[in-house]
Design a protein around this ligand. Structure first.
Ligand code: AHR
Length: 324
């Protein structure tokens, strides 16, 4: 090791910085009692986002966070500006759920350049443009491809008809869950010739837009008998549209989805929905634990993976009280 690096390493250790991150080229994080932490939320228009933000707020005191939380109100441009403002306010650590895969990359790189360890939570960025362990510390989140595959597998196992005519309601265009939940489901369902996806359109992960898109697609495809929604909010919107059109969700149309919200579990109990694969929004405790491991000098795995359950009529009633 060159003399300059030996001196610099000794200084960092003296200041309480662990050495693994420094050696990797990631910004170091000192071990201390309190941290100024940025959490740049993308929007608050659904129960999942509200539960995620609450999880960070609820974790703040016990983890020693002075939390600076923002809400980009559905705008990637505002989310970038929010991160820039946090950098200017001197945060120690950034937790960021990037609304879309590409537009948030400059914000991730600016935080890194400012010496702020950045953890992506729940959504990720384009891996061709920013890499975990290099441009940011790690991605904390679910396997969205697997979630899509699990919905497809459940659909294949439980659909009783001869021909499955599928409408797919996609999440926010350009977001990692929309991209991965589509490929996971589409590839798995293609293995069974009974099924055809006749339309696939974004509902932006929102209930009202899911309802509106379903109303339109129902006119073009009145023979639809399966709706795959990339999240529960759009699934509930689709149920509303189908009922308004005189259809019977759960009887003549199978509804399958992802998240595990209270309304979705209730819809399963009511017989209107078949399955929801869990995607947990409760990232606060995991964010705290991972940050502390990093400050202690551990090399963090590039993907800190969250494991998810499956909710069906078999277990929805057992879990509705813990849902959000
Ligand atoms: O990134 C996770 C997704 O984003 C959730 O499925 C959805 O409800 C949220 O808006």
């Amino acid at each position: 090791m060159k003399r300059r690096n030996i001196l610099l390493s000794a200084t960092m250790i003296g200041l309480g910085f662990a050495s693994a991150a420094f050696a990797d080229g990631l910004p170091p994080l000192a071990q201390k009692d309190t941290y100024r932490v940025g959490f740049a939320q993308m929007e608050s228009n659904n129960p999942w986002r509200i539960a995620e933000s609450k999880s960070f707020v609820d974790t703040a005191e016990s983890c020693g966070w002075e939390l600076i939380a923002t809400d980009a109100a559905g705008s990637a441009a505002k989310q970038v500006a929010d991160v820039e403002s946090m950098i200017a306010q001197g945060i120690d650590v950034l937790f960021l759920p990037p609304r879309e895969e590409k537009p948030l990359i400059p914000a991730v790189k600016r935080a890194q350049a400012a010496g702020i360890p950045t953890f992506l939570v729940d959504r990720s960025v384009d891996p061709n443009a920013a890499v975990a362990g290099v441009d940011f510390v790690a991605f904390l989140g679910s396997d969205f491809i697997k979630q899509g595959q699990q919905v497809a597998e459940w659909t294949i196992a439980n659909f009783k008809g001869e021909k499955g005519v599928i409408v797919e309601l996609e999440g926010t265009t350009g977001s990692s869950p929309a991209n991965d939940r589509r490929s996971g489901f589409d590839d798995a369902i293609a293995a069974d010739p009974r099924f055809e996806i006749v339309a696939s359109q974004t509902g932006d992960f929102a209930r009202d837009m899911g309802r509106q898109v379903m109303e339109t697609l129902l006119q073009a495809h009145p023979d639809v008998n399966i709706v795959y929604a990339h999240n529960d909010e759009m699934a509930i919107g689709a149920i509303q549209a189908l009922e308004l059109a005189g259809r019977k969700p759960g009887e003549d149309v199978m509804i399958v989805s992802i998240d595990g919200t209270r309304d979705a579990l209730q819809a399963i109990i009511d017989g209107k929905m078949g399955v929801t694969v869990e995607s947990s929004p409760f990232f606060g405790p995991l964010a705290c634990e991972t940050m502390k491991r990093y400050a202690a000098g551990e090399t963090i795995e590039p993907w800190v993976q969250v494991s998810d359950r499956i909710f069906t009529v078999e277990n929805a009633a057992d879990h509705i009280d813990e849902a959000y």
